[in-house]
Design a protein around this ligand. Structure first.
Ligand code: IPD
Ligand code: CA
Ligand code: CA
Length: 263
């Protein structure tokens, strides 16, 4: 795929950061681990990988805004803004589970215009630009076609930082349980969305996510032909953190189940 100059920089940056993340994954016993909040870890690898990413992005585009998980910042509606999650799947990373990714998105005028999710363990690079399709390692990807919920494989995430949401969450989970083939919770929302874009999952839903978990994956799913919304079929997923991503044939049915459960 022919990428725009900023997304070329983002890809080069993600690959470099991926090498660093892999190195630290192999030496994870040497890392410092801290608790940022309830069930919310940060390792020194998150900080080092983010620093490397921000350094490269700032060097190439000093005037762009930055919103990054560890360093903070805000979306800048008046100029392009990078949205960065240095390691999505930190708990997996810290436990030696090889399922985590680097996520970098670019927003312009409030619209997501570029996004990448890079899995350095499998060397899988998912990348999309607005209006130009979604790709996995240079191959065009698309969401699953056709089927309804019957027989579908869904991905989700538990409300592990918001236990008060658990009863409604379990109600929705149970309703899906009755109709779909099975459900997965692998622990990286960015990869969950990338896998929907690649047709590996039929759909994904989760609540309480942060913009950096979602931004790149949302564009991947849309550019792969899928629908993404919040639970009320609105556009507020980056602020509410509630997201449903699926092909047209599933999106409405998923939302109905989630809404009926009171999520
Ligand atoms: C987490 C992952 C996980 C989701 C959490 C996120 P982190 O991101 O995306 O799948 O369930 O809510 O916070 O903390 O590993 O970057
Ligand atoms: Ca994350
Ligand atoms: Ca993270």
């Amino acid at each position: 795929m022919q990428l725009s100059p900023p997304m070329n920089v983002a890809v080069r940056t993600a690959r470099k950061a991926g090498i660093l993340a892999r190195e630290w994954f192999d030496r994870r016993h040497e890392l410092e681990v801290k608790n940022k909040g309830k069930n919310d870890l940060v390792t020194s690898a998150d900080l080092m990988v983010e620093e490397e990413i921000l350094h490269q992005l700032k060097k190439a585009y000093p005037r762009y805004g930055l919103l990054a998980e560890e360093k903070g910042g805000m979306l800048t509606p008046d100029r392009p803004c990078w949205i960065v999650d240095p390691i999505d799947g930190t708990l997996n990373f810290a436990h030696g589970l090889p399922h985590f990714a680097i996520s970098i998105a670019l927003s312009e005028g409030g619209n997501l215009v570029g996004g990448l999710v890079y899995d350095p363990i499998r060397d899988e690079l998912f990348v999309a630009e607005r209006g130009r399709g979604a790709y996995l390692n240079d191959r065009r990807i698309r969401v699953v076609r056709g089927q309804g919920l019957n027989g579908a494989l869904l991905a989700t995430g538990f409300p592990h930082r918001r236990p008060e949401r658990l009863p409604a969450y379990l109600k929705a989970f149970g309703a899906f349980f009755d109709v779909v083939a099975d459900q997965r919770r692998l622990g990286s929302a960015a990869l969950d969305l990338a896998y929907v874009a690649a047709g590996r999952y039929d759909g994904f839903w989760e609540s309480g996510l942060a913009p950096w978990d979602l931004a790149a994956g949302v564009l991947l799913v849309r550019e792969a032909g899928g629908l993404v919304s919040d639970f009320a079929n609105g556009e507020e997923f980056l602020t509410s953190g509630n997201v449903v991503a699926a092909p047209d044939s599933l999106h409405g049915a998923m939302r109905e189940i989630i809404q009926q459960a009171g999520m």
